[in-house]
Design a protein. Structure first.
Length: 359
């Protein structure tokens, strides 16, 4: 394992726990004065591994375990380690895939790719200090700086995971939808074993097509019908409820009609209109997908809570629609709309404002 460091203002724990629908929070450990977060990520670093079970293995993507550590009172930096897998599927890598068996160029490529992934996932190139200057010029939002110091966007490792997570989050609590996503990964994701434990990837769109949406009706030899849960392929066993068919149909649409990589090159409105065509996706979920899955920071996801918060702070409690809330957020906050929404929501949760405006 190699110990590396990032010098950047970020509160990892706050960012992880803020309910962003890019993915479920990473595995968390509290270690005295330190917070630790572990997660499996896939690096686009092709490797040819020889002599694994007497065969050559070509990896188009390298699974690694990231272990982030941050002091609980210092949000100006964090350190990280990475581990190579010791077992992937039926292959044992522990004696082959090791820093001692990789060239300096391969190690450098891997570490550069890790740095790029961390910068993307935690939006580390975003200038938080400049954003705070913007917030302090807005008397309604200025107090949020104290409640949200170091909070950043938590961008998806894979946009597809964000799409499924965002659909799952609709009319759902943070605790429930994150638990469902963890179950989906555990049930059907690729199993990768590291020295620090077993972790699971996120299933592909193709895999979602094989999942059942409801229990299956079977018939016995006498013609009597009965239901079986079919846990191993039943999405509802993960607690997703009515969202199961939306997830399956969205997966089919992505396979048949969409190249998700194209969305990164679209302007916001074009991307918004496209994402809205997905089953189970309304304006709020579409904006979550664009913000947390693709990094469109001008998106302003608007649900009943954001509507109430904006109404209370900017419209003297006047009843406003979700569409008006969204339009206001995009116009008033501009390129900072996504971050402003994130800070509004967290500020309301932590300051007591949400209880005050609860109806």
């Amino acid at each position: 394992m190699t110990n590396l460091k990032f010098n950047s203002l970020i509160n990892l724990k706050l960012t992880q726990e803020s309910g962003q629908t890019s993915q479920a929070p990473w595995k968390y450990n509290s270690l005295g004065d330190m917070d630790e977060f572990n997660e499996l990520i896939y690096l686009k670093v092709p490797l040819i591994i020889n002599e694994v079970d007497d065969e050559t293995i070509n990896l188009n993507e390298l699974p690694i375990l990231l272990k982030l550590s941050q002091h609980k009172s210092n949000f100006n930096e964090f350190s990280y380690l990475y581990e190579f897998p010791k077992k992937l599927g039926n292959h044992q890598f522990s004696q082959i895939l090791d820093e001692k068996n990789l060239s300096n160029n391969e190690i450098k490529t891997i570490e550069n790719e890790i740095k790029n992934e961390l910068s993307k996932i935690y939006d580390l190139d975003f200038d938080l200090e400049k954003f705070y200057e913007f917030l302090l010029d807005d008397e309604k939002l200025a107090p949020s700086v104290d409640f949200c110091n170091g909070l950043r966007l938590f961008i998806a490792k894979d946009p597809f995971e964000c799409i499924i997570s965002s659909i799952c989050s609709a009319n759902n609590s943070i605790a429930r939808w994150t638990k469902s996503i963890d179950k989906i990964k555990h049930n059907w994701g690729e199993k990768v074993e590291f020295d620090s434990g077993i972790f699971y990837g996120f299933p592909s769109p193709n895999q979602f097509l094989d999942f059942y949406e409801t229990p299956i009706e079977e018939a016995d030899a006498d013609g009597h019908s009965y239901e079986i849960d079919c846990y191993t392929h039943n999405m509802k066993s993960c607690g997703v409820g009515y969202r199961a068919p939306y997830m399956k149909k969205a997966s089919q649409m992505i396979l048949d009609e969409m190249d998700l990589n194209d969305i990164f090159n679209m302007d916001y409105e074009e991307a918004f209109d496209l994402i809205l065509k997905m089953p189970g996706v309304g304006p709020k979920v579409a904006d979550c997908i664009l913000l947390y899955g693709f990094g469109f920071e001008e998106a302003f996801p608007s649900d009943v809570w954001i509507k109430r918060i904006v109404s209370h702070l900017y419209f003297d409690g006047e009843e406003i629609s979700a569409d008006k809330t969204r339009d206001f957020g995009i116009e008033h906050f501009g390129d900072y709309a996504g971050y402003a929404q994130l800070y509004l929501f967290h500020y309301a949760r932590k300051s007591g404002l949400m209880e005050k405006i609860r109806k």
